[in-house]
Design a protein around this ligand. Structure first.
Ligand code: EPZ
Length: 423
């Protein structure tokens, strides 16, 4: 195993480019299984979760190979109908292959994803949607067995909770279903709009993505097109917070400003400037020496993203005053709190809120990453802590950030990756 070792106290300076989005790539890779030919997908970041998705596509018979910067996916030999537990347990978004399997073969066996560090993560809404479309679903031996003997039919589906994953699975199922599907209370995340754009470019008929009502008119086939993945809004936000924490002044290229409005507004409240320098780049720096304490509540898009909650908490540790951070999406997403406290942070958890009394000097310490975004938060805190911070279990970081430590090092951080002798 490896760990990240960093020495705090360096202001970040320079220019950095955001990688392609992990969470936008996953649905696009699954959608490739629906296409009548190979697709070339550009800007897919080289992160572990996407390697796992490539492995899943290959297990199902498809080709998924990087050719330079392009991921080439060919579903010509897509034939296997079982998504095994061994892969699903390592990456829950494997559930995205459920809809393509049903759409192509009328039959699927996909391991039921369990919970994960951040919450129970049920998939009842995915299954509700597919059942409305005519699928028969049985749970057996830890697997979802789904059949649609007469093919999938368009349906009117109301989601009881706003779910990105359920919206994705239903869109994938509906693209080739017979008739019209209407999804009410759909997720509005940029990754959903991006998926709709890809499906429409392939010949699907999807309208309303980005609103809570998505209408999909099924078509009989989808034709291949090349595609480019959007920049990763969570990585972009993480880099911007890194600049703010270190009193740095950086330019971030490929910054998806429209996808980060909530963060931008909170930056203004905290006294952080984020200004466009050209169409896709922004400059980030602090307006004043001190940060203001700013509360956040995580919400589905366009609310403040849960995937930036831990990073915001790291930032608030350096803001004199009290910030209340409320997590409404995941029931167990405060595991970074205990680790930040090991660095000297003053944080109390009450229910689904964390009160951060900021402005104390944090001291570097050995800490342990518990999930993807928690790893990023600990690195961010370490950037401004006194002395050395060692973040272990860094495999969590590698699931979704492409070379984060290299990017921070290029901006002037004293940070390196090394083998972890402790584990
Ligand atoms: C996606 O997860 C992201 N993952 C998550 O990012 C992100 O935190 C989350 O959306 C929320 O924005 C990917 O895109 C691969 P949901 P997803 O279904 O789709 C409940 C990261 O760090 N729910 O929108 O699994 C659920 O319990 C990851 O990159 C049901 O009750 O999230 C949660 O409270 C972590 N039933 C809420 O909905 C269901 O059937 C939102 O979950 C589905 C979800």
């Amino acid at each position: 195993m490896e760990r990240i070792v960093l020495e705090g106290g360096r202001r970040l300076n320079g220019r950095v480019k955001v990688s392609g989005s992990k969470n936008a790539s996953l649905p696009i890779m699954a959608a490739c299984l629906l296409v009548d030919g190979p697709c070339d997908i550009e800007n897919v970041p080289r992160v572990k979760d996407l390697q796992t998705m490539c492995q899943m596509l290959r297990l199902l018979g498809a080709t998924a190979e990087y050719q330079g910067q392009i991921l080439h996916i060919d579903p010509a030999k897509f034939s296997d109908q079982i998504a095994p537990y061994e892969l699903v347990k390592t990456m829950r978004a494997s559930i995205y292959v459920l809809a393509p399997l049903l759409a192509r073969f009328g039959n699927a066996r996909v391991a039921l994803p369990g919970g994960c560090a951040i919450g129970l993560r049920p998939i009842d809404q995915h299954l509700k949607g597919l059942k409305c479309m005519g699928a028969e679903v049985v749970m057996e031996h830890g697997y979802i067995h789904a059949h649609a003997p007469h093919g999938l039919q368009g349906a009117e589906i109301y989601l009881d909770v706003v779910s990105v994953g359920a919206t994705v699975n239903i869109m994938l199922a509906a693209a080739l279903a017979k008739g019209k599907t209407i999804v009410e209370h759909a997720a509005c995340e940029p990754e959903i709009i991006h998926l709709a754009g890809f499906l429409n470019a392939l010949g699907a008929k999807v309208q309303g993505a980005g609103t809570s009502r998505i209408v999909i008119e099924g078509v009989t086939h989808l034709s291949p097109v090349p595609h480019r993945i959007i920049p990763d809004r969570i990585e972009a936000g993480t880099l911007a917070i890194a600049a703010a924490i270190t009193r740095g002044d950086i330019i971030i290229d490929d910054f998806p400003m429209e996808d980060l409005t909530a963060l931008e507004r909170k930056f203004v409240e905290a006294g952080i400037v984020i200004e466009p320098v050209d169409r896709n780049s922004v400059r980030v720096y602090r307006k004043d020496e001190n940060l203001a304490s700013v509360d956040i509540v995580t919400q589905p898009f366009p609310g403040f993203p849960t995937d930036l909650q831990a990073q915001w908490m790291a930032l608030m540790c350096f803001a004199p005053g009290r910030a209340v951070i409320t997590e409404t999406i995941w029931e167990n997403r405060f595991m970074h709190v205990a680790e930040l406290k090991r660095m000297g942070a003053d944080i109390q958890i009450e229910g689904n809120s964390a009160m951060v009394k900021g402005g104390r000097v944090l001291s570097g310490a050995p800490v342990m990453a518990s999930d993807l975004r928690a790893s990023a938060a600990l690195i961010l805190a370490g950037l401004m802590a006194e002395g050395e911070t060692r973040v272990s279990r860094i495999y969590h970081l590698d699931r979704g950030y492409e070379h984060l430590e290299q990017k921070l090092a290029a901006l002037g951080a004293k940070i390196r990756r090394e083998p972890d002798p402790g584990i």
